[in-house]
Write a protein that binds this ligand. Sequence first.
Ligand SMILES: O=P(O)(O)OC[C@H]1O[C@](O)(CO)[C@@H](O)[C@@H]1O
Ligand SMILES: [Mn+2]
Length: 453
Amino acid sequence: MPLLRIIPVSGLHVHQNNRLDIVTTRIFDQIIFEQSFAYQTVRDRLPVTITKVIDNLVRDKDQIVQDLGEFTKEEMKEVIGSFSKLKNEVQTNKPFEVLTSDGPDVSSWNTYYEREREREGEKPRWFHTSWLYAECYMYRRIHEVFELSTSMKTFDPFNKQKKDAFLNSLDLIVFLGNHVMQLLRMKNLSQLEMKEELLRLVKVTLWGNQHDLSHPTGYKLPEEANPLEHIDRLNEYILIDDSHHIWSTLTASGKANAVIDIVNDNAGYEIFTDLCLADVLCTFSLTDKVRFHVKALPWFISDTTKHDFFWVLQKLADLSCKSSSLPALATRWEEHLQSGRWVVEAEDFWTLPHAYNEMKATDNNLYTKLSEATLVIFKGDLNYRKLVGETNWLPTESFTNALQGFHPAPLVTLRTLKADLICGLQPGQAEMTAAKSHNWLTSGDYAVIQFDG
Ligand SMILES: O=P(O)(O)OC[C@H]1O[C@](O)(CO)[C@@H](O)[C@@H]1O
Ligand SMILES: [Mn+2]
């Protein structure tokens, strides 16, 4: 029976020193691991993701050959063969291998691999290593297959899904775009009104994180016509709401040249909500600059790459038929980018398997860069897993402790719960929530706004 070793356990069963990796008995491991969402992910979801990549390549073959040239026709056969092999490696729990492509992050991946191999005393395997490493490694291997080709080196196999997801959320985008455009035009808002509007938008971007294409149940569009009213009704599902700290941190800072870093997550509707929030932060003079951190390679299906970021801007500019607010926002955002008020970065660290308490030692430049910020905003579930070190903390463990020394600047995480780990809850809160909903940790129905100042 395959096992996963360092994984967060479903439910609240294991709290040995808060670390699962010290659990050693095999029987115990098996009982626990078969229940975990991590186990389900590696057994069911990762092979499905690879199968979908293959299916989409087959389906879109003619278009791809038309775009990339006749040579790609032959090459695609090899690419598909490599994906079948990768899927088999996952399903038969084969050992991981070093990467052999020439990407700028390859040596970091291989150093990580050697470290894990030494630590585990054998090559890491799909079901015998941490969930975080296994899942990140799969997305890196998918990219490697393309990197090793001649004509598909930068091919994004999730591109079409991301675009479709954006277009399927257009009603929400129009609604929110109109609201935000109105807000940006308002003069003489009181401090209290500004605070309320800002924190409402924070919640819009929080729930925007439900729009994740890697989630098994997928996102269900709200039935309400007005998504902002829908957001107001979701407050009872926010288990920790530290949003007031966002306001107090930003208004107290008084820094000249204040910077906010947003570590973005998914493309489509979620990135649109992030951009709306960033514009309001600038327009309310809560910051002078926003740096967006997106992914350097296709990641967890729906994560935003630079290409996705600029595609959204371009698309909005073309959507005057839907609402004049959308091209108006696109123009504002182009100007922010041109003036340097907004910057888009795609550092390699975000697509490495490291937990964030390793950032300082692994990528000191990035840590130093984040240290300049008045506030760092982390979006989404995967960022949360990396923030708390993919550890099954006691649910009442403090967020500060779970960060294990990661504190480049005041930071806040906006996360809908899609993995079975959590910290910072009140005593009894986890049990109460579990009684209401058995899959509260993974369904995406619950959320947290957790601040570390
Ligand atoms: O886009 P997000 O919020 O980081 O979600 C990705 C998360 O979703 C999952 O795919 C679970 O559905 C996890 O593997 C991962 O943590
Ligand atoms: Mn994501």
